[in-house]
Each structure stands twice: as structure tokens, then as C-alpha cells.
Design a protein around this ligand. Structure first.
Ligand code: HAM
Length: 409
């Protein structure tokens, strides 16, 4: 017996329907915001992901050597690929360029609930607008997706501006490398203490991290980046994203190394250890490609978003749909196929019994597979140019003229 590889999943038809429902919802939202869909390759040169992604991604990369000796990797995320695509083909496009994508990403992680080796991301990149209003647009779209998914009351959104901490730490003498190192362990008290102790910063830094938003200026020398974040927050209110919908949390530093400015994360508390459903912010990847475009984006962990919705009973409701044609005998089969063709041409999901089953068994099948109607066709129906239409939920049955089926259903 050959089994699925660890960390991968099969999706059965019911599940695929839910996934497609959510996919459609997210696509429509992004399009309403003026974003257009793109797709990049599933694998890239490994190098693309090594330089700027940071240690967490690098150690999780699924890489391999192909038959031509090239070092390739399954994409662990899309942002680096989109940046590559931008610098190859899209540099000349009018700015801002608003792009979105949906597809599988791969990380060699220890699989557990909500954490897979193959998972799906739905994400966006907004390129070429370095303004607080662009940051607000980025965050507002993510939050609107959450609202549309119906889970805004059970998520926790945290926003920060990395530059506030960065500038502060630089003014205290930390190098870029030390700041990066500190950000990677910001939630681990012991490890961050080791770094901060070198600069005798431990208590002061913790006070800054814990300070209410309004009091942050008391701890920092230069208010520029604080004020930038204030602007983003004001603009967010114009989208209906109010201060009670998020918190400012300087500990939100993101796990990837390419972030440079305003960042945010959204958690769904009920998902337990793997609760982060979305992450993103302002980033810079231009140095790999020699462009200096400013970009902002985010990605939803699509699987986790769906899990969070299902936990709240907000999964897509399955409704009966379509018609199942049951010929009572093969004598009038061409009449049945006429009905079938009419319905299919009108985009009604329609199936016909292919097994010459008796009516009881055929109705049982139509019921179990979720058809809304059964269409029963016997000698009488053919003679009168009719069909017998059975509502599978109520059980009601009535005869309908053959050329009035579309109106009736
Ligand atoms: P990320 O935080 O690494 O950011 O991933 C985004 C989301 O993908 C996470 O919040 C999580 O929901 C989901 N995710 C990550 N790993 C797994 C996994 N093993 N199984 C299931 N879900 C997972 C990025 O990838 C950035 N590219 C986001 C971005 C776009 N920043 C700017 N533009």
C-alpha cells in the first residue's frame, strides 16, 4: 500500500466545494480592491528563497537537484517569486501594481493540526506606493476578507511598525545583525535577554514593548515612525477598521527577514498552536534584483482560514442542487437525453442514471448525492411531452411541460 507523503492531504469532493467557495470569496474581494490575479511557477531556483527569507524558511525549504544539476526548490511562499516576476516582466507597468495569487506552497515542517508540508496561500502584493495609505489599503483588504468570512469577532489582529524598534535599537548601539537576531527571538525571554544584556537594555526594552500605544513616544527619541503608524491607523478607520478591531503590538516582528516597515498578523485563537491565519506588511526585496520598488502584501494560510471558519460554523453551507434524470425504461431514452442536453446547455448540473436501476434505487442515489430534483420520465410523460419533477427535499412531485422545465426549476 503506497500512502500519501507526510504533511500532504487529499481533498474529497465535499471539501473541495468548501475550498472553492472560499477561494471565490477571496478572489472577489481582492478584485473589488482592484487587484489582478497572477501565478508563478511551483518551483524556482533555490537561491531566490535563501537570501532574504530568514532562518525559519531556509531550514524548511524543500529543495532538490534536477537532472541538469540545477538547485531548485518548491516555493515556500510567493512574495520572492512575485518580486522576481516583477523585475523580469512588470517593471514598466503603471504603479501601483496590485497583484494577487492563490496556490500551494511547501515547507518541510513537522506536520500537526493546521501545519502541513503542502499548504495553500492566498496573498497579495501592492508594488510601487510607499505611503501610509497604501499600508492601510493592504491591511484593510486582509481585514475585509476576515469580515467576509464571518470571523471578525474571533480573530486577533496585531499591527506594528518595525522601524520604531529598529531605530530605537540602532540609537542604543545595536548593529543591523544584532537587531535581526533579536527580532528572531523576541518572544523568547532568555535568548533575547542575552542580546539585550550586552547593551544593558533589558528593562527599558521590555517597558517599551509593553507600553500602551499612546505612551510609546515617551520611550523613543524620534517620533517619525510612530507618527507614520498613527497615520495608517487613521486611514484604516476610513475603511471601517476601527481601533477596537486590532491592537498595536511592537512584538509583532514577522518571521521573514524582508520586512521593513508596517507589519501585521492575524490569529484565530481557537486554532491552538498554529493559530496565525494571515501575515504581511511592508517589505523590501529589491536588492536581489536591483530594483528599489516599495511593496506591501500579505498571505492568508488558506487552510487555516477555512479551519477557523469551520470552527465557528461559518463553513460554506451545502445546498442541494441540480437534476437527476431517471428513465423508467430505455425505450424512451432519446427523449431523456433531449431533456439532459437542454438542462446542461442552460448550465444546470444534470446527471442521468447510467446503470438502468429501478426507480427506488435511482431516487436513493439522487438523494444521497445531494440533487435538488429528480426528473422521472416514463411512457406517460413522453406521450404528453412532460417530465415528472420530484423535489428531493420536500418529496413533492408534479408533472411539468418539457419546454417549461427551465422556468419551473
Ligand atoms: P508567512 O507568515 O510565512 O508569510 O505565511 C503566511 C501564512 O501562511 C501564515 O500566516 C500561515 O497562516 C500560513 N502557513 C505558513 N506555513 C504553513 C504551514 N506549514 N501549513 C499551513 N499554513 C501555513 C508569508 O508567506 C509572506 N509571503 C506573506 C507576505 C506577502 N508578506 C508580504 N507579502
Amino acid at each position: 500500500m503506497i500512502e500519501r507523503p507526510r504533511g500532504t492531504r487529499d481533498f474529497e469532493p465535499d471539501e473541495m466545494e468548501s475550498r472553492k467557495g472560499l477561494e471565490d470569496l477571496l478572489r472577489r474581494k481582492a478584485e473589488d480592491f482592484g487587484y489582478r490575479e497572477i501565478l508563478t511557477p511551483t518551483f524556482e531556483h533555490t537561491e531566490l528563497f535563501l537570501e532574504k527569507s530568514g532562518p525559519s524558511i531556509v531550514k524548511e525549504i524543500y529543495s532538490f537537484e534536477d537532472k541538469g544539476g540545477r538547485e531548485l526548490a518548491l516555493r515556500p511562499e510567493f512574495t520572492a517569486s512575485v518580486m522576481r516576476m516583477y523585475s523580469e516582466n512588470l517593471k514598466g507597468k503603471p504603479k501601483p501594481l496590485k497583484l494577487f495569487y492563490f496556490g500551494p506552497a511547501f515547507r518541510y515542517e513537522r506536520p500537526q493540526s493546521g501545519r502541513y508540508r503542502e499548504f495553500w496561500q492566498f496573498g497579495t502584493e501592492l508594488m510601487g506606493a510607499a505611503t501610509p495609505r497604501a499600508d492601510a489599503e493592504n491591511i484593510a483588504l486582509a481585514y475585509d476578507c476576515i469580515k467576509k468570512a464571518g470571523i471578525e469577532d474571533v480573530v486577533d489582529m496585531r499591527i506594528s511598525n518595525l522601524k520604531i524598534l529598529e531605530n530605537h535599537l540602532k540609537s542604543k548601539g545595536l548593529s543591523n545583525e544584532e537587531i535581526e537576531e533579536l527580532f528572531h527571538v523576541i518572544d523568547k525571554e532568555e535568548e533575547s535577554e542575552k542580546i539585550l544584556d550586552r547593551f544593558e537594555l533589558q528593562d527599558e526594552f521590555i517597558e517599551l514593548l509593553d507600553a500602551p500605544f499612546q505612551e510609546i513616544p515617551e520611550y523613543i527619541e524620534d517620533p517619525e515612525h510612530y507618527e507614520y503608524l498613527e497615520d495608517v491607523i487613521e486611514y484604516l478607520s476610513y475603511y471601517g477598521v476601527e481601533e477596537e478591531d486590532f491592537s498595536v503590538d511592537l512584538r509583532t516582528v514577522r518571521g521573514l527577514d524582508y520586512y521593513t516597515g508596517v507589519v501585521f498578523e492575524i490569529d484565530a485563537e481557537k486554532l491552538g498552536a498554529q493559530k496565525q491565519i494571515c501575515g504581511g506588511g511592508d517589505y523590501y526585496l529589491g536588492d536581489i534584483f536591483g530594483t528599489d520598488v516599495s511593496s506591501k502584501g500579505f498571505s492568508f494560510g488558506f487552510d487555516r482560514l477555512l479551519l477557523a471558519m469551520e470552527k465557528e460554523g461559518k463553513g460554506l453551507q451545502k445546498e442541494r442542487n441540480g437534476c437527476y434524470i431517471i428513465p423508467l425504461s430505455t425505450e424512451n431514452i432519446s427523449y431523456c437525453y433531449e431533456v439532459l442536453t437542454t438542462l446542461r446547455e442552460n448550465n444546470v448540473k444534470t446527471d442521468i442514471d447510467l446503470k438502468d436501476r429501478n426507480i427506488g434505487k435511482a431516487l436513493g442515489y439522487a438523494d444521497k448525492t445531494g440533487f435538488k430534483y429528480s426528473i422521472i420520465i416514463g411512457e406517460e410523460e413522453v406521450k404528453n411531452e412532460e417530465i415528472a419533477l420530484k423535489d428531493m427535499k420536500s418529496g413533492d412531485q408534479k408533472n411539468v411541460k418539457k419546454d417549461e422545465i427551465m422556468e419551473t426549476i
